[in-house]
Design a protein around this ligand. Structure first.
Ligand code: HGA
Length: 607
């Protein structure tokens, strides 16, 4: 959340800052702003709402200057107004910030007592005012930064420019990610390598506690004790072309249609089509002897982990604890001495998941992370990490990254099942063969677009929608509900179908569509009974099933959509594609901002 860019360059900074912010807008779109140095003065333009408003403001009133910083905001403290838009500062200094300054109230009181006057309601302004106080007392920018950072509690990624010290950005990191990009005679700062993709592919990451002085010739990195350190420059995988929308109406639509390719790429890392064997990635624990696994994540990634738990317990007979990271990190769970943990996150920067990772690591757990960004903080801090090969995901609602996480969990479950002696070679080959069919079947589901649009039309005016599933399809029912809430703003809940009679069935009336995820096999008959109980009370059942399920469901369901008939194992991945497609079409019909839904942002780097 919140995107930061900085340029110390040779040409005009503002257009580059806006281009960088465009690639970060998925991280926040409450407001945007840029500040540059113009003849020893700091000038800025800011605008409430989307980046296009800032671009309009800059077109009307251009901003010269070769050194500058920019920000796209997801507000935590202070309303999303122009006044609270970053950059914040004084005549001496300007600051953009990603994170939360937790002791902002006490710092503000202290600074006001010192005579500093505040102009915004944000926590960030305390950083600018602290710096300003030190600068006013004659400190150099470096000294001001060194004095200021230890005073801040909470999390920050910061980029700062100084009126009297042109051609320099100081950037600092605690908790929130930051990358420094290396150009030819110009240098960049960004929240991630994606922001810098059109400018450079040579990137170094600030480590926890680092700060750096960035000038046109390079960067001087310092660690949390202010000692000079070197940080490796890597070549990122991102190119400028990686983030286009193509001919699709929305990034989400494009990303939905990338499912077959992404699933193929992700599965290919682990599955050998010739032998139908799983090639396990290097694990930081012995799967044969690990006594217990903890899985933790947030949002859709948590639901991928939850499906993983069903698979790991069933196929590998491995006890698994699972919890959302925002709870786990404060729960003080008892941990097995030789236990291990799997943390799942698309960005690899999710603040709560990263905190859970650190807690589990301190508790002696061996850490495996499943991330989509190889250079991310989680990847760097884990004992080892497994990559989803989803490519950049720009739509705020996760689609392909979620199913890629499922694909990884599926492969781990089969590989660990084999390692623990609970799956035979034939079992492994049967399950691997099923996974190899997933990309093709995902393509078949995407061909159901018109049918899914008809279902979308029939639920787009509902006030509430229930999604039901059982077993490993229960988390997928929750994913369907989460996606619908996120992008269509319709209230939706995902329930384990067997739980209906313990409460939610009271909600059933003809105005509440019930979306049933009901493949044959496994718990089909149990789910069917639960659905009939809902239908008997006037519920409008809309069922996703396979060819063999149609005769049973058509007896009482209002609509039945046929999905490919596959074994029970791979249904969560395929039914996830179907519910995501449904949520997309409902959102389009309701005319919401599909890629940038209200109040949300991607890469949740604040707690
Ligand atoms: N706390 C700051 C920055 C918010 C942020 O990083 N969001 O992800 C603000 O509210 O402006």
């Amino acid at each position: 959340m919140c995107g930061i860019v900085g340029v110390v360059g040779q040409g005009e900074a503002a257009p580059l800052l806006v281009e960088g912010l465009r690639r970060l807008e998925y991280r926040g779109y409450d407001s945007a702003g840029v500040a540059t140095l113009v003849n020893g003065r700091i000038e800025r333009r800011r605008a409430e709402g989307k980046l296009s408003n800032l671009a309009g403001a800059l077109a009307r009133d251009p901003l010269p200057g070769r050194t500058g910083i920019g920000h796209t905001r997801w507000a935590t403290h202070g309303a999303p107004t122009e006044r609270n838009a970053h950059p914040h500062g004084t005549a001496r200094v300007s600051v953009v910030h990603n994170g939360i300054i937790e002791n902002h109230a006490e710092l503000r009181a202290e600074l006001e007592a010192e005579g500093q006057s505040f102009h915004t309601e944000t926590d960030t302004e305390t950083v600018a005012q602290l710096l300003d106080l030190h600068l006013a007392r004659g400190a150099s920018p470096e000294k001001a930064v060194v004095e200021t950072l230890p005073r801040l509690r909470g999390a920050f990624g910061l980029a700062m420019i100084f009126a009297e010290h042109g051609e320099r950005i100081i950037t600092a990191r605690r908790g929130s990610p930051l990358a420094v990009g290396f150009g030819e005679g110009e240098m960049f700062v960004g929240s991630d390598a994606l922001a810098l993709a059109p400018l450079t592919r040579r990137v170094a990451y600030l480590e926890e506690g680092d700060w750096a002085i960035v000038t046109p010739d390079g960067a001087a990195f310092h660690d949390g004790h202010n000692a000079r350190v070197q940080r490796a420059v890597r070549l990122t995988q991102f190119t400028g072309a990686a983030t286009g929308r193509g001919n699709y109406r929305h990034f989400m639509e494009k990303e939905l249609h990338e499912h077959p390719m992404v699933l193929g790429d992700t599965l290919r890392q682990f599955l050998d089509p010739a032998t139908l064997a799983v090639r396990m990635p290097p694990l930081p624990f012995d799967p044969a002897s690990v006594p217990r696994l903890t899985i933790s994540a947030c949002g859709s990634a948590f639901l991928a982990g939850h499906v993983g738990r069903y698979w790991l317990e069933r196929l590998a007979r491995l006890p698994v604890d699972i919890d959302v990271s925002s709870e786990l990190r404060y729960r003080d769970p008892p941990l097995e001495p030789d236990g291990a943990a799997i943390l799942v996150s698309q960005s690899g920067e999710t603040a709560d998941t990263l905190a859970a990772l650190r807690l589990l690591k301190e508790g002696g757990q061996r850490i495996l992370s499943v991330v989509n960004v190889p250079e991310s903080s989680m990847a760097r801090e884990s004992d080892s990490s497994v990559l989803t090969v989803a490519g950049p995901e720009i739509g705020v609602a996760s689609t392909k990254a979620f199913t890629a996480q499922l694909a990884v969990m599926a492969c781990l479950a089969v590989g660990m099942g084999r390692a623990r002696g609970h799956l035979s070679l034939t079992d492994e080959q049967r399950l691997t063969a099923a996974l190899l069919e997933v990309p093709g079947n995902a393509a078949l589901i995407l061909e159901k677009d018109e049918e899914v649009q008809r279902v979308a039309a029939s639920i787009s005016t509902a006030r509430d929608v229930l999604f039901l599933g059982r077993g490993a399809l229960y988390p997928i029912a929750q994913e369907g509900a989460l996606k619908l809430k996120e992008i269509s703003y319709i209230h939706a809940e995902g329930y384990a179908a067997g739980e209906m009679k313990h409460g939610p069935i009271a909600l059933i009336d003809p105005s509440v569509p019930v979306i049933a995820l009901c493949p044959t096999g496994g718990l089909f008959e149990k789910t069917l009974s639960n659905l009939q109980e809902a239908a008997a009370r006037g519920g409008r059942i809309i069922a996703f099933t396979d060819r063999d399920g149609i005769p049973h469901l058509s007896r009482f369901a209002e609509q039945v959509i046929e999905l490919p008939r596959v074994g029970q194992f791979s249904t969560p991945i395929l039914y996830a594609v179907a519910v995501q497609l449904l949520a997309y079409h409902v959102a389009v019909l309701r005319g919401t901002d599909v890629d940038q839904p209200r109040n949300l942002a991607k890469s949740v780097t604040v707690e």
